[in-house]
Write a protein that binds this ligand. Structure first.
Ligand code: CA
Length: 552
């Protein structure tokens, strides 16, 4: 009996060394999805994570539906606590193009007009144009909001303003390029909002949106929305913008020369071209001349497959030049993740879906590689030694980043290389529950890096390893930057404790940054440790924020 009594109380209540399967005594740690203990991020950090990473595709541990639900509840708490702050944050992230996709911002704005107080709703309505910048965004907003609440006057007015506050030419562009999505069209929204046309040109565009070009005179159109019949009328008084006339003409074109001429003369976008012409080199050649950056990046495979883009071609030169224009990339809000996906897909010579194949032109892959680095907010190097630690455990190879074809593991390698490319003193390591040799550097092309990372084995997770490594190897680093989902569980000491040990023996003010690669609610960062910071992976400002934090 005596032996059994000899419980080691010190070992069971040790705030310095606690296995990750238990919470640090006296801390606010919670059980994570992997069964280990991490901290919970606060609701506003979660708000940012959702805006930037969304919940599409879920994570390795959390299915998409549950992840949406968890984030939804945190978003609503933020909206109820401070709706104005919520709207301002949505606008800040959406308008600056900091997120790979705009859908989470649109969804969150719809939540504000559903759950916010009167002032929050007013703020959301006043900023609808800044978040819903193109027709497709507005259709998504309509779809979300239609599922959440009724079409009251404030909402209808805000949607009406979307149509009235832009010039008729811009409206024509929206009408031609973004015709419908999610079962919503401009006609549906005009019927709901029924804004008064501010000019004869607007009146003509509204009428065309409602009834098409073939109708003569006034017509009433109805659509049932939430059980109500709504009617809108616009008179045939003004002339249609030339772009819409050209759009109507191209529908009736009988040869490729006519199509090319209409594109040249009126700048018709790809969306306006009937599909029967979309395998013609001449058509794509005409489109490419003034093709917006986003469309160009998305259609590189297509343009290569039909033979327009090939080594030494004018098209390839034009694309390389456009991709090298940093100002244009930023103006077009091209997100680094979009470039990274384009590079991965283009370099593999076949689409993720469908049967399209092509021979990639290496110069274009190189141009995409350079564009990736150029799309982040400018980074002022911190000028200090930093350890870049990539969690490459099994869970990081599951789920997807912002609904893309990249796993958190693949995407985090690219993120780490942004910091590596700007700092002089860095070391990149991979870990799961052991160290995994990675051999990657910013001198490698990202499509090769992604390939190398994607084939790693699935293993357990110990996020304390980077801190332990720094201590055991007696290296002096100013910051340990971990790219992870914070689902740590397999170690004998928590990362925050291992960091304290490292600080006590080596660099007293060493900092730790947790780059969250999923929108789950967990973090390795101790909320009471001011030397630990949470940032959101694939926020375009993340590398700059990390450098600033380490520098000061
Ligand atoms: Ca893991």
């Amino acid at each position: 009996m005596e032996a059994n009594m000899a419980i080691n109380y010190a070992k069971l209540f040790n705030r310095r060394v606690t296995p990750q399967s238990q919470p640090i005594p006296g801390s606010t740690q919670v059980r994570n999805s992997a069964g280990g203990y991490s901290w919970e991020v606060d609701d506003w950090t979660r708000f940012d994570r959702f805006l930037i990473l969304g919940a599409e595709g879920g994570t390795y541990y959390i299915g998409e539906r549950d992840l949406v639900k968890q984030n939804h509840d945190a978003l609503v708490r933020c909206i109820k606590a401070d709706g104005i702050r919520a709207v301002n944050r949505i606008v800040e992230i959406s308008d600056a193009g900091r997120a790979p996709k705009n859908d989470p911002a649109i969804f969150t704005l719809a939540l504000v007009v559903t759950h916010g107080d009167a002032s929050a709703k007013a703020q959301a309505f006043a900023n609808l144009n800044k978040v819903c910048r193109i027709g497709t965004h507005l259709f998504h907003f309509a779809e979300y909001v239609n599922a959440m609440r009724g079409w009251g006057r404030g909402l209808r007015n805000a949607v009406g303003h979307w149509y009235v506050d832009r010039g008729a030419e811009d409206l024509a562009h929206q009408a031609v390029k973004y015709q419908q999505r999610d079962g919503w069209s401009h006609a549906d929204l005009l019927r709901l909002a029924h804004p008064k046309a501010p000019s004869r040109e607007h009146e003509a565009v509204f009428r065309w949106m409602l009834t098409g070009a073939d109708s003569l005179g006034e017509r009433e159109v109805k659509r049932k929305v939430r059980g109500e019949d709504r009617i809108a009328k616009y008179a045939a008084v003004g002339e249609l913008p030339k772009l819409i006339e050209a759009f109507e003409q191209v529908k009736r074109a009988t040869n490729v020369i006519q199509v090319g001429k209409l594109i040249d003369e009126f700048d018709l976008p790809r969306e306006a071209i009937p599909t029967q012409w979309l395998n013609e080199v001449a058509v794509w050649e005409a489109l490419l001349q003034r093709m917006p950056m986003t469309a160009m990046i998305r259609n590189l495979g297509k343009m290569t497959s039909i033979g327009l883009v090939q080594p030494f071609s004018d098209a390839a030169k034009l694309i390389v030049r456009k991709l090298g224009d940093e100002t244009a990339l930023k103006r077009a809000r091209i997100h680094p993740l979009a470039v990274l996906i384009a590079e991965k897909v283009y370099a593999q010579g076949k689409g993720e879906k469908g049967s399209l194949t092509w021979k990639p032109v290496p110069k274009i892959v190189d141009a995409l590689d350079a564009a990736f680095y150029a799309t982040f907010q400018n980074v002022e190097p911190c000028g200090k030694p930093v350890l870049l630690a990539l969690d490459v455990s099994g869970s990081m190879g599951g789920g997807s980043v912002a609904g893309s074809c990249l796993t958190p593991r693949e995407a985090s390698a690219a993120m780490a290389l942004v910091t590596a490319a700007t700092e002089e003193e860095y070391h990149i390591m991979g870990f799961s529950n052991r160290f995994i040799p990675l051999n990657i550097s910013p001198r490698m092309r990202l499509d090769d890096v992604v390939k190398r990372i994607s084939n790693l084995p699935f293993e357990a997770t110990d996020c304390a390893l980077p801190m332990i490594w720094a201590r055991e190897n007696a290296v002096n680093v100013s910051a340990l930057i971990t790219y992870t989902d914070s689902e740590t569980w397999a170690g004998n000491i928590h990362p925050a404790q291992a960091l304290r040990q490292y600080r006590s023996e080596f660099v007293g003010d060493a900092k730790a940054v947790v780059v969250g690669m999923t929108s789950n609610g967990f973090t390795l960062a101790d909320p009471n440790d001011r030397g630990m910071l949470d940032v959101v992976g694939f926020d375009t400002t993340a590398p700059a924020v990390i450098a600033d934090f380490v520098r000061d």
